[in-house]
Design a protein. Structure first.
Ligand SMILES: [Zn+2]
Length: 132
């Protein structure tokens, strides 16, 4: 058993874009503000016209913690949980597991790229060291 994010009209693109290998970040059609976590109304200009657009998926680790306690069933410990800034949308911050590297080797400033783990109907964005 594992808790999955709820798919709502505003979050479905983010959680299912991985099916096509895309990290979809919602943008405002009026002012191009990147809205994350996604919402159906732009918090900057209050436009109701928003569109998910693919990001490059490349980012940089801002902070990282190594967790030794499982916070949900089915999660192997220890694991590295990081806040990642997207290189092409630096003010967008995504909290994500870092995979493909030993948790204690994950470092602040490390370049990473998105990868996805499918669990049922959700493609969980995760990040791994860039070029790995
Ligand atoms: Zn806007």
């Amino acid at each position: 058993m594992r808790l999955l994010p709820e798919l709502t009209p505003e979050t479905t693109a983010f959680w299912t874009g991985g099916e096509r290998g895309e990290l979809l970040i919602t943008h405002c059609d009026a002012c191009d503000h990147a809205i994350h976590p996604p919402e159906l109304i732009c918090p900057k200009c209050l436009s109701r016209s928003v569109t998910p657009k693919p990001a490059s998926g490349k980012g940089t680790i801002l902070t990282v913690t190594v967790n030794h306690q499982p916070w949900m069933p089915g999660l192997e410990v220890p694991y590295a949980l990081a806040i990642v800034a997207l290189d092409d949308q630096p003010h967008v911050r995504i909290t994500s597991r870092i995979v493909g590297i030993a948790p204690d080797e994950v470092a602040i400033g490390m370049p990473v790229e998105v990868t996805f783990e499918q669990v049922e109907d959700v493609w969980m964005p995760q990040f791994r060291p860039a070029g790995a």
